[in-house]
Design a protein around this ligand. Structure first.
Ligand SMILES: Cc1ncc(COP(=O)(O)O)c(C=O)c1O
Length: 371
């Protein structure tokens, strides 16, 4: 029984009849740039994240880069971010003119350790950039307290966490609701994925929303008049139409992923070589990834591959040990939880359309490996 890591064709088959007419409508109107679907999607994602503004852009990377640019960073300005994330989280800090300051993660949730964040604050710190990794929100209440104490904005990297929720002081808060600006990615593999690149920023700060709208259009609120230098980072109307058709399915797809996750966690219980994902009791996880920490990771991955089961290592090298950041001087051993996690993680297939037989095959093959 094969189980690919991801099967977008299975999703496509189920919703083809909803998406193709939406695309045809864009093609018939020939409104490829900032057509009506963009504003509709912006309103939909803003509503979902309980933010006043949604601002589409070309990718999740740009959804981080533009708010970082809005900080007007100067050389030496620091942004504190976890060492264990996708590269864009740190690359954008550099590309916005700042220096990423890497801190360690919590060993169980894979999310940034708030105590490590607080310890890393210096007079040069300009923002906190936590990541809701794999679809589970970081401890935003503690991060917001730290941010408030030091008068710092919080930019949420919510690229993997659209629709995730966290109970903060007894109230459910959603990814994107509490940050100064939050970034979503619509990369095709995401829980809400386009048919190409796409991203969105959400914020409830009217002033920064206006600035971000300008920055994505070469820095001009009025065409051919430029107050500052921005870039071309619009969300394609065709992508917006695809995403708009998919948006009503998002909650059910994420619920399905949670059910799959519950199955795996039960089926793998008791294996001492395997640690299944730990969900903070305050969180509702959307399981963008279902990520184990395992012994003999590479051998397990090869065993699963031989059985037709797709897996991935997100991420094999923590950001502070990437060659491009060598000049920042982080040594091996400096952020031990991130380093150990990078050696142990393995993500399993978790897409909504997985069948029970596929789930059983994956769990069975893992049990067989450790027998
Ligand atoms: C945590 C995180 N940050 C940023 C990004 C960047 O998003 P994109 O690939 O849409 O540029 C991604 C997605 O790949 C991500 O997973």
């Amino acid at each position: 029984m094969n189980a690919p890591l991801l099967d977008l064709v299975a999703q496509y088959r189920g919703i083809k009849d909803e998406i193709l007419p939406a695309l045809t409508a864009v093609i018939e109107a020939q409104q490829f740039i900032m057509g009506p679907a963009v504003a509709q999607l912006e309103a939909g994602v803003a509503r979902l994240s309980r933010a006043r503004h949604g601002i589409g852009c070309a990718s999740g990377t740009d959804a981080l880069l533009l708010p970082l640019k809005a900080l007007d960073l100067r050389p030496g300005d620091e942004v504190i971010t976890p060492a264990f994330s996708f590269f864009a989280t740190a690359g954008t800090v550099h590309n916005a003119g700042g220096t990423p300051v890497f801190v360690d993660i919590e060993p169980d949730t894979f999310n940034v350790d708030p105590a490590a964040v607080e310890a890393a604050v210096t007079p040069r710190t300009r923002a906190l950039l936590p990541v809701h990794l794999f679809g589970q929100m970081a401890n935003l209440e503690r991060l917001r307290q730290i941010a408030a104490r030091h008068h710092l904005p919080v930019i949420e990297d919510a690229c993997q966490a659209i629709g995730a929720r966290r109970q903060v002081e007894g109230t459910w808060r959603v990814a994107g609701e509490l940050g100064w600006v939050s970034a979503f990615s619509f990369f095709p593999s995401k829980n809400l994925g386009g048919w190409g690149d796409g991203g969105m920023m959400v914020t409830s700060d009217d002033a920064v929303a206006a600035r971000l709208r300008k920055l994505r259009l070469h820095g001009g609120a009025k065409q051919y008049h430029h107050d500052e230098i921005g870039t071309n980072s619009r969300l394609d109307t065709l992508q917006a139409a695809v995403l708009l058709a998919k948006l009503p399915h998002l909650a059910a797809w994420s619920a399905q992923r949670r059910e799959h996750a519950a199955y795996y966690t039960e089926a793998l219980a008791g294996l001492e070589q395997v640690r299944t994902p730990v969900v903070d009791p305050c969180n509702e996880h959307i399981f963008h990834q279902y990520t184990l920490c395992v012994e003999r990771r590479d051998a397990l991955q090869a065993h699963l591959k031989a059985k037709g089961i797709g897996t991935a290592v997100y991420y094999p090298v923590p950001l502070h040990r990437q060659p491009c950041f060598a000049s920042l001087g982080y040594q091996e051993g400096s952020l031990p939880t991130s380093e150990r996690t990078a050696r142990e993680v393995l993500s399993l297939p978790i897409y909504s359309e997985l069948t029970r037989a596929q789930l059983e095959a994956v769990a069975g093959a893992i049990r067989e490996f450790y027998r």
